[in-house]
Design a protein around this ligand. Structure first.
Ligand code: ATP
Ligand code: MG
Ligand code: MG
Ligand code: MG
Length: 475
């Protein structure tokens, strides 16, 4: 069963069970400054859960575009390190807005995976929140799961919240045992380690509270259900693979990049990581631009810039010297356009934006890398000292456009640390300096300066946010 089929089976199953199929929302959450990107299916329903918005339905199901880079959920560094994390992924979900609660959520999930997808029950385990006796009983009575397959975990794993504030509640997760030979060691187990043996596939959140900024929790008007299952993960299980990167979602993309670079997948660990990172980031990049994000030095645009530059650098490692991401993004479009038609209408624009960013970065990448390598050699000769200083990393950023991720990747490979707080301090200082210089110009605000430029007869051209520097200068 390919991923498209699993996605459609999921939506149909829940539709048959009274859920309205709702389109994925964009990666940029609407009216929600607390969140950089949509990181779960429930984001578009936040106000509905809070009782602030009414919909024509009380049950919904979606396949939601999600991005986990930056913010509370950041999986950037997990990509390629684990077999199950991506920056961009699709979350399949079913939602109840004050309608059904724990018993039905458990029944639906269990029926879908054991009857529709026919996963073997002897490979399945579940976790519950340590105090949630009700969920424990329901797993036994409704789904027939044996008590020794039910694990009680604490706040960190089994209490879900979207951010520091908002809807939250105890949760319950379903795991698939991928085999004893994947164990990370004698202490491997659910809640004990973070390896890929027990693959978390589905999280059922029993939404009962609204959390305020000071941490206090008040009961939601009516308890609700929010669930999320990663399409890439369930696809790997259904397709009998042990890594998401082996599924039909990723293989064609990886093979395309490998072909282009003239390398083979599964021959060398570093090459595999590079191929996986490139395939992963290509999807994020294509979807971000489609959702109207452009590379910049601030906020969401900077996340996009980082992804492009990081993927481009990994390309260099497998011998790709010319811009290539604009082509891998086209592959993403070809593969995903049926499910997300918006990709196709943006394709040409997307390819152009990516190519420009690749070209811009390729001019400085080699110089920056040479300087970084020189510094790493010097540090090695001196016994690594305190690692790469914040000032040094900042100089690479400021002069060569090196995002910190790349310095981390290159230095980390040699076991050399990077002073991230020092880097942040330099960045902050530069911003403050720029702010001061701005005030010193004697202008009250941007609007008045713009006005005076116009009055003095200067022709101005909007160059786009893409050309905005970290300190807010338009260059
Ligand atoms: P993990 O513990 O593996 O990092 P999580 O507990 O952070 O996952 P949830 O927030 O519970 O994940 O999200 C619900 C589901 O979404 C997960 O059970 C998983 O199937 C999927 N998922 C979460 N993060 C990712 C990711 N980075 N890439 C792919 N799928 C993901
Ligand atoms: Mg996680
Ligand atoms: Mg988890
Ligand atoms: Mg989880």
């Amino acid at each position: 069963m390919n991923a498209a089929e699993i996605r459609s089976r999921f939506l149909k199953f829940f539709e048959k069970n009274g859920h309205t199929v709702v389109d994925s929302s964009t990666l940029v959450p609407k009216d929600d400054p607390s969140l950089l990107f949509t990181n779960a299916g429930m984001v578009q329903f936040k106000k509905v859960f809070l009782g602030q918005e009414k919909r024509a339905y009380v049950r919904a199901t979606t396949s939601q575009k999600c991005l986990r880079v930056g913010g509370k959920h950041n999986d950037l560094e997990n990509v390629g390190r684990t077999a199950r994390h991506h920056t961009f992924f699709e979350m399949l979900g079913n939602f109840s807005f004050g309608d059904y609660f724990k018993a039905d959520a458990i029944r639906f999930a269990w029926t879908f995976i054991t009857e529709e997808l026919k996963l073997p029950k002897d490979k399945l385990y579940v976790s519950i929140y340590k105090d949630d006796d009700e969920a424990g009983e329901l797993w036994q009575n409704v789904a027939g799961v044996a008590p020794e397959r039910i694990f009680r975990l604490g706040e960190k794993d089994n209490f879900w919240s979207m951010g520091d504030t908002g809807p939250c509640g105890p949760c319950s997760e379903i795991y698939v045992d991928q085999g004893a030979d994947m164990a990370c060691g004698p202490d491997c187990g659910i809640g004990k380690c973070d390896c890929d043996r027990y693959l978390e596939i589905w999280n059922l959140v029993f939404m009962q509270y609204d959390q305020a900024a000071d941490g206090t929790r008040t009961a939601l008007p009516r308890p609700s259900i929010d669930t999320g299952m990663g399409l890439e993960r369930i696809a790997s299980v259904v397709q009998g693979k042990r890594s998401n990167f082996e599924t039909d979602i990723f293989r064609a993309l990886i093979d395309f990049v490998a072909d282009k670079a003239g390398v083979k997948y599964h021959k060398d660990k570093d090459t595999d990581t590079a191929l996986q990172v490139i395939a992963d980031h290509s999807r994020s990049i294509a979807f971000l631009i489609t959702d109207q994000i452009l590379p910049s030095n601030e906020g969401r645009g900077y996340v996009l810039r980082r992804l492009i530059r990081r993927a481009f650098r990994f390309g260099r490692l497998i011998g790709l010297t010319d811009p290539f991401l604009h082509e891998t993004a086209r592959q993403v479009v070809a593969q995903m356009r049926d499910a997300y038609p918006e990709l196709l209408s943006n394709q040409e624009f997307m390819a152009k934006v990516i190519r420009e960013e690749e070209e811009r970065f390729s001019q400085t990448l080699d110089k920056g890398l040479a300087i970084l390598e020189e510094e790493l050699a010097r540090l090695k000769a001196e016994g690594n000292g305190g690692g790469v200083t914040g000032e040094f990393a900042f100089k690479l950023y400021d002069t060569f456009g090196f995002p910190l991720d790349i310095v981390n990747d290159v230095a980390g490979k040699l076991g050399v640390s990077v002073d991230e707080p020092g880097f942040m301090a330099c960045m902050k200082e530069q911003k403050q300096r720029a702010k001061k210089a701005w005030k010193g110009s004697g202008e009250k605000d941007v609007a008045s300066m713009f006005q005076s430029l116009l009055e003095s007869g200067l022709k101005t051209k909007f160059v786009g946010y893409g050309a905005m520097e970290a300190d807010g200068r338009i260059v």
